[in-house]
Design a protein around this ligand. Structure first.
Ligand SMILES: Cc1cc2nc3c(=O)[nH]c(=O)nc-3n(C[C@H](O)[C@H](O)[C@H](O)COP(=O)(O)OP(=O)(O)OC[C@H]3O[C@@H](n4cnc5c(N)ncnc54)[C@H](O)[C@@H]3O)c2cc1C
Length: 455
């Protein structure tokens, strides 16, 4: 159960909110840790929307994993994509990113925290028309589309066309959709004011669509406050709206009464639904554990897999009771797994995982947030203060806390959005998305898409 040096080998898959704290906790201990991730950076996903809307740079929310663990000599980082597991031989299969070489990484204990991907509910073809926001690439693509839409609005001479460039549809009124909707309105109303000569940026319409009855439904009675804040910002809420089609020119929506309508918009963003990493299904097949509808693997009370006390699944890809897919659950799960390994090595028994709920927060525009911490419910500026300190504390240790705080103040107290650069290299220097406008890609056929509609 050890390596050549006689030390216990721990493999951690994923350097996100679950995996990274686990590796750090085992750092400086007499075990050998291999941290495998297909990306070279940890990603602070809760602030992706600030990258997409020009407030923060990618580097401020994505510190290099090697740098974060550099002081732990017993932690080795492997930039590789995990492709499978052999639970009998206790080996992880991976492909090294640098040279595409296949790699076998043996372990004595395994922690898998590979997270979730965007889900289009079986319609992955929608991703092209309505990108999600899970990675730095996603956020930069959204940044290009959002700022690019204002540029296109500036040059088009057709008022109807300009209106479509100035319409942003966001699908999903959970925290991601709400935060993004608020930020796009703030951006247009405050930050871009006075920058264009041919139109008023504040005329941008932001429509937030969701099949449920209220935004931020998981916040209970605070969701009423969220509705008011969104309306104050000028976000158009379309609750009870199910998206049944998306193309380059807009979205098709079915209302609760079955009636259908069309929203013309050149920018659509997907913030609805997640699907667990395929690694969850691989572990389930190998261990006999169950998967839920979102592809999450059901774990035992100590976060291990049935029949495999040496294998832990934690974070968003794991299912334990009704625990939500949030950063705090992943972090506590990762720490629990690392602690259990350490306890066992010291002859102590494993314990059940007990989640300590620290509450939840979501911002809605400048200096406005809702926060639910134990029994305390806060909204408006007091809620934002909670958001501010919670996020500052989370960033601590990963990135440059001070520069992030200055950037927030500069964007929120002042009006500057300095991170607005975007690349058009992959579109041949052309901003005029949708691609179909340029005849490069034909929109996929959707039930209610206008036939051959060319703006
Ligand atoms: C836009 C957005 C906003 C959010 N806002 C909040 C918020 O405000 N508050 C909150 O609590 N939570 C928020 N969350 C959720 C939070 O980010 C997740 O709960 C958390 O990241 C889960 O941690 P994890 O370790 O399970 O997965 P992740 O943090 O996603 O980490 C998974 C890691 O596994 C790696 N990986 C995946 N597959 C492989 C593979 N095959 N091989 C190698 N490596 C692999 C990935 O590269 C990644 O680094 C938000 C999420 C998003 C997307």
């Amino acid at each position: 159960m050890t390596d050549d040096a006689g030390r216990h080998r721990v493999v951690v898959v994923g350097g996100g909110f679950g995996g990274l704290p686990a590796a750090r906790m085992l750092g400086h201990r007499p075990v050998d840790v291999t941290l495998v991730d297909r990306r070279n950076h940890h990603l602070f996903q809760p602030l992706l929307y600030q990258v997409a809307t020009g407030m923060l740079s990618p580097g401020q929310i994505a510190p290099p994993i090697r740098h974060v663990v550099r002081h732990y000599e017993n932690v080795r980082v492997e930039l590789a994509e995990v492709t499978g597991f052999d639970l009998d031989r206790r080996v992880v299969h991976a492909t090294v990113a640098a040279n595409l070489r296949d790699l076998e990484i043996p372990y004595d204990s395994l922690i898998v925290a590979a997270g979730v991907n965007q889900s289009y509910f079986g319609h992955d073809e929608l991703a092209r028309f309505a990108p999600g926001m899970k990675t730095i690439d996603d956020a930069l693509e959204l940044r290009r589309r959002i700022f690019g839409a204002f540029e296109m609005a500036a040059v088009t001479e057709d008022p109807a066309d300009r209106e479509k460039w100035l319409t942003v549809v966001i699908v999903g009124a959970g925290p991601t959709g709400v935060e993004l909707a608020g930020q796009v309105r703030e951006l247009a109303v405050r930050c871009l004011a006075g920058e264009f000569r041919t139109f008023e940026p504040a005329s941008v319409r932001v429509l937030l669509l969701d099949g449920g009855s209220e935004p931020l439904a998981t916040f209970g009675r605070l969701s009423g406050k969220a509705t008011k804040e969104l309306e104050r910002l000028g976000v158009e809420l379309r609750m009870g709206s199910r998206v049944v089609g998306v193309d380059s020119f807009g979205v098709d929506v079915a209302a609760a009464d079955g009636s259908k309508s069309r929203i013309d918009a050149y920018t659509t963003i997907w913030a609805a639904g997640v699907q667990a990493s395929p690694l969850a299904a691989m572990l389930a097949e190998a261990s006999g554990a169950e998967l839920d509808r979102a592809g999450r693997i059901a774990v035992l009370a100590d976060l291990t897999l049935p029949g495999h006390p040496e294998v832990f699944a934690v974070g968003d890809m794991a299912k334990l009771g009704t625990l939500p897919g949030v950063a705090e659950v992943a972090m506590q799960g990762g720490l629990h797994a690392a602690n259990t390994i350490w306890r066992r090595l010291n002859g102590r028994p494993a314990r059940k995982f007990k989640y300590r709920d620290m509450g939840s927060v979501a911002t809605i525009g400048r200096f406005r947030a809702i926060a639910s911490v134990h029994r305390v419910r806060l909204s408006g500026f007091p809620g934002w203060m909670v958001w501010f300190f919670v996020h500052l504390a989370f960033i601590n240790g990963f990135g440059d806390r001070f520069s992030t705080m200055l950037r927030w103040l500069r964007s929120m107290v002042g009006r500057a959005r300095v991170e607005r650069e975007f690349s058009t290299a992959h579109t041949g220097g052309d901003l005029s998305l949708p691609e179909s406008v340029r005849g490069i890609v034909q929109p996929a056929p959707f039930p209610n898409a206008p036939n051959g509609a060319e703006p």
